[in-house]
Design a protein around this ligand. Structure first.
Ligand code: ADP
Length: 452
């Protein structure tokens, strides 16, 4: 096992990794920007190193500074968390070249899955069902037109290097195609430095259902069931749950096994998530994330498996501590992403937390890095905590979630808590009858009602 792990991240995920390391008896090194010198992860870690100014590109994305920090402190592994450098193949290569273990898959797998066209081809060849679409990058308008007429309208243009829901353009009919193609290519080039785009069928009312995978270096691969992440705003997840309110045990076992086999065929190492859209009983692959995900706790709560502990252990060369047969699913879990944002306009709300009280009690987990008097810096993502609630069944979990939201005190800033309180009263939410476009439509209705 490792002796010392450097955590190349901040916020709640840095805390999450620190906690797993502590329980494994591993020393931790925190890295931080000048804006984060008072952050909780810095206070808790055994050692800390300032790696640069506030802007992420100068600190949390500064590969040279992070690798130097690992060398100076003698860390034998680096955990990248999610976001920042977690899916940067070059970073994984450089870490390895310095004789340090990157807690994640090989650079080659990160590279393949980071290019969505290459990813579709790789997993499609291994039996994973794909969204019908163009087989490669679109060379020009003529090629786009031919592909779109084959898959039909509406269609979605997506960036090969896309991420975070950016670089997507909806094309409702052929007359919009040329303009949207150009717009997508330009946007992709500006955002990702790569203008290649492809086109897929646009699914009208799918759910987002993803399968959690864990693979060790001894050839063992297991799936840990699904998470339903259909509640999204602008293609970004807002609330996640496990199990999905609509999947049967047979469907879970089937897609789980298809995914497990494909990942085994890839020779993948570490934890990862295969994301699908699910419509009318059919699954369609959209992408694979080669890292730990924000919403991993809902899987932990229904399986009782510590994913971060397992991830670190796998990276150290140990076999998985359980087999597929050992994985069982108990009860229900829901996670709400609590953002420091106006709950109506979603404008970020950084600043001082004047009073803080975390929710607690049976079946409540609050993963966060905030404390009384903490100043939320304006430079980073606005997610400041994740409220994860679990219990025997979905109905109980919704009631528990309501009371946990009520208990939470985060004074001095705006948060998205009121949004969740309203959502819990909605009939469609209560019955689990929603899809990926549902929340956008619901928010538009709320807006109208508010103005009227
Ligand atoms: P990113 O890497 O930018 O997050 P994804 O491919 O994971 O991109 O897609 C993000 C979200 O966009 C999905 O969860 C879904 O809501 C929506 N989306 C992606 N592909 C399609 C599609 N073919 N039809 C409808 N919605 C889609």
């Amino acid at each position: 096992m490792f002796k010392k792990v450097l955590i190349a991240n901040r916020g709640e995920i840095a805390m999450r990794v620190h906690r797993a390391c502590r329980e494994l008896g591993i020393q931790t090194v925190a890295v931080h920007s000048t804006a984060d010198s008072k952050a909780m992860h810095v206070r808790l870690a055994d050692e800390s190193v300032c790696i640069g100014p506030a802007q992420a590109k100068d600190s949390y994305l500064n590969i040279a500074a992070i690798v130097s920090a690992a060398e100076i402190t003698g860390a034998d592994a680096i955990h990248p968390g999610y976001g920042f450098l977690s899916e940067n193949a070059r970073f994984a290569d450089i870490v390895k070249a310095h004789g340090i273990t990157f807690i994640g898959p090989s650079a080659e797998h990160i590279r393949t899955m980071g290019d969505k066209i290459a990813a579709k081809k790789a997993v499609g060849d291994l039996g994973i069902p794909l969204v019908p679409g163009s087989p490669g990058a679109l060379a020009d308008f003529e090629e786009a037109k031919a592909a779109a007429s084959q898959i039909g309208y509406p269609a979605l243009i997506k960036a090969a290097s896309g991420g975070g829901g950016r670089g997507m353009k909806l094309v409702e009919e052929e007359s919009q195609l040329e303009e949207q193609l150009q717009a997508a290519q330009q946007e992709a080039l500006a955002a990702f430095g790569d203008g290649s785009v492809y086109i897929e069928r646009y699914l009208k009312q799918p759910r987002h259902i993803e399968i959690q995978i864990a693979a060790d270096s001894h050839g063992n691969v297991v799936h840990l069931g699904e998470r339903d992440c259909s509640l999204q705003r602008r293609n970004q997840k807002v609330l996640e749950e496990a199990p999905s309110p609509v999947l049967t045990a047979e469907e879970r076992a089937k897609i789980g096994e298809t995914t497990r086999k494909a990942i085994q065929g890839l020779g993948y190492l570490g934890v990862g998530t295969v994301e699908y859209l699910y419509e009318n009983g059919e699954f369609f692959f959209i992408e694979m994330n080669t890292r730990l995900q924000v919403e991993h706790p809902v899987t932990e709560q229904v399986t009782g498996i510590d994913l971060v502990r397992e991830q670190i252990s796998i990276a150290a060369g140990n076999p998985l501590s359980f087999t597929q047969e050992d994985v069982t699913f108990t009860g229900h879990a829901i996670e709400c992403r609590i953002n420091a944002e106006d709950p109506r306009t979603f404008v970020p709300s950084p600043g001082r937390i004047q009073e803080f009280h975390a929710p607690g009690g049976l079946g409540v987990r609050f993963d966060s890095a905030v404390y009384d008097g903490y100043d939320i810096p304006p430079f980073y993502d606005s997610m400041i905590g994740k409220l994860i609630v679990f219990g025997d069944n979905r109905e109980l979990v919704i009631a528990r979630l309501r009371r946990a939201l009520e208990e939470t005190v985060l004074a001095g800033i705006n948060t998205t808590i009121p949004l969740f309180e309203d959502l819990l009263d909605d009939e469609d939410f209560k019955t689990g009858d929603y899809h990926i476009h549902w929340l956008g439509e619901w928010l538009a209705k709320q807006e109208e009602a508010g103005e009227g």
